[in-house]
Design a protein around this ligand. Structure first.
Ligand code: EPU
Length: 455
């Protein structure tokens, strides 16, 4: 098992490039399965999540060439080899379920997908996906296979456009419905759709592909039946989670880092919060510079929300940043019910954080009175100390790295399989900014890290 060893206390200084967005390229690869034409993607991040998705698409019949150095993927699925996503992809990530939307219009065969995985940050049901696809005419059943269950889906009578009202603007359910709608008869209308930048990226890609698709101002997306698909070249948007994470690491270590590629438009809410705590940033043509410009002010209230709100994936490193700010701040997580799994380890490192089941903030969310620890108070500033810690999920992973960069002693971080899913060459990038960080084999006797590999 690999671990990171980080000796903190050094300011991050320099320039670093943020990679393409994980949550965009993985969906674009699935969308490329809609047609038999070639698609070329630029700015592809070299991360495990893309490896898994490439593997998945190859299984279905995509011929893929991935130039990892150049960050370019060429893919073409002239014909489907199978519509059965093997059980080995069960629990791998959130992508297999999107295969239903992408393949329904392309095959009369049953599409079989294993249960989906992803980070353990809540129950993450897929009921909205299923209900929307059924409304378009899909027949979906959950059946037991040899070892575990799988979804069996088909549209033997074809798909027909419909009006779909999502109960919550779910990213995945919006994507799945858009993919199915591209090959459904007539027009599909998705109301209360998610409009995250990664979804807009998918929409831009589909429009280039030949899909007629509209985004209205009121979270309504309309998609028309498409008969003819084009070859497409598309540059993946920069990862706004990675950009913000690197920026927060720079500020919290009292450094200054230019994050090349960071996109202003996708980070408005985040930058406003940096402004509120007195952190520095300067937006330039091809990126954003983040810097420390004096003591950070706490007293902040953050409520995570769907776009254009404060992303749930920004809150973990932001809490670490707030451990260095003067005053008490409140974070109310309204997107996932269980996204503070990292708080315990932060406490062990010296952070003053406390969890609450109540909605601490302006509004009651879907998790009110449901006994989930989904609010947190952080009091600062507190010095952090090095520990041996195990990453519980992807975004918590970067929060731990950031906490370790603040602690003067050496921290050892296990559970790197989570971090590898979404952060390209994080050791190389942080080391180039002056961090004392290495990737190493774990010592034989590291009980707290062994727990990580089993979780
Ligand atoms: N939900 C349901 N039923 C559904 C679908 C969603 O109840 O059928 C609930 C979820 O349980 C959750 C909320 O709706 O409470 C939002 O879920 P959503 O469907 O929007 O999330 P997702 O598509 O599973 C994507 C990203 C997440 C990101 C969220 C929110 C991918 C692969 N994952 O998840 O990214 O946090 O949108 O923006 O795109 C990450 O990158 O670390 C990550 C977790």
């Amino acid at each position: 098992m690999d671990v990171l060893r980080i000796k903190g206390g050094l300011p991050l200084e320099g320039r670093v490039k943020a990679a393409g967005a994980k949550n965009s390229i993985t969906k674009l690869l699935v969308a490329s399965l809609l047609s038999e034409k070639k698609c070329i993607f630029y700015n592809v991040p070299r991360i495990a999540e893309v490896e898994v998705t490439v593997d998945l698409c190859r299984e279905i019949g995509a011929e893929i060439h991935w130039d990892k150095e150049a960050g370019i993927i060429e893919t073409q699925t002239k014909e489907l080899r199978t519509s059965y996503v093997p059980q080995r992809f069960s629990g791998s990530n959130r992508i297999p379920i999107l295969m239903i939307g992408a393949l329904l219009g392309r095959t009369q065969e049953d599409i079989i997908v294993p249960t989906v995985g992803g980070c353990k940050i809540g129950q993450r049901p897929i009921d909205f996906h299923i209900a929307a696809l059924e409304k378009l005419g899909a027949v979906i059943e959950y059946r037991m296979m040899k070892k575990e269950g799988a979804y069996f889906a088909h549209a033997h009578n074809g798909l027909s456009g419909a009006i779909i009202h999502l109960p919550f603007p779910s990213v995945g359910a919006t994507e799945n419905t858009i993919l199915a709608a591209a090959r459904a008869k007539g027009t599909t209308v998705i109301k209360n759709a998610a409009t995250e930048p990664e979804i807009i990226d998918l929409i831009l890609f589909l429009q280039k592909m030949g899909v007629i698709i509209f985004v209205d101002v009121d979270r309504t997306i309309r998609i028309q039946e498409t008969h003819h698909f084009n070859e497409v070249e598309h540059t993946v948007i920069t990862d706004r989670i990675v950009s913000a994470s690197l920026g927060m690491a720079a500020i919290s270590t009292k450094g200054r880092v230019f994050v090349e590629g960071a996109q202003h438009l996708h980070m408005i809410t985040f930058l406003n919060k940096l402004h509120e705590i007195g952190a520095g940033f300067e937006v330039r043509d091809n990126g954003i510079e983040f810097f420390y410009k004096g003591p950070l002010k706490g007293g902040l209230h953050i409520e995570t929300d769907v776009h254009p709100g404060f992303m749930t994936d920004w809150q973990q490193p932001f809490v670490v940043l707030l451990t260095q700010a003067y005053g008490n701040s409140v974070i109310h997580e309204t997107v996932y019910e269980n996204r503070f799994g990292y708080a315990h380890a932060l406490k062990l490192m010296g952070a003053d954080v406390e969890l609450f089941t109540q909605c601490l903030g302006g509004k009651e969310c879907r998790f009110a009175s449901r006994n989930f620890h989904h609010s947190l108070i952080v009091r600062g500033p507190t010095p952090l100390k090095g520990r041996e810690i195990a990453i519980p999920d992807l975004r918590a992973g970067f929060a731990y790295v950031m906490a370790a960069l603040l602690a003067p002693e050496t921290s050892t971080i296990g559970g790197l399989q989570f971090l590898d899913r979404g952060y390209e060459n994080i050791v190389g990038k942080l080391a180039s900014l002056g961090a004392d960080i290495v990737r190493d084999r774990a010592d034989a006797h590291s009980p707290s890290l062994a727990i990580a590999s089993a979780s």
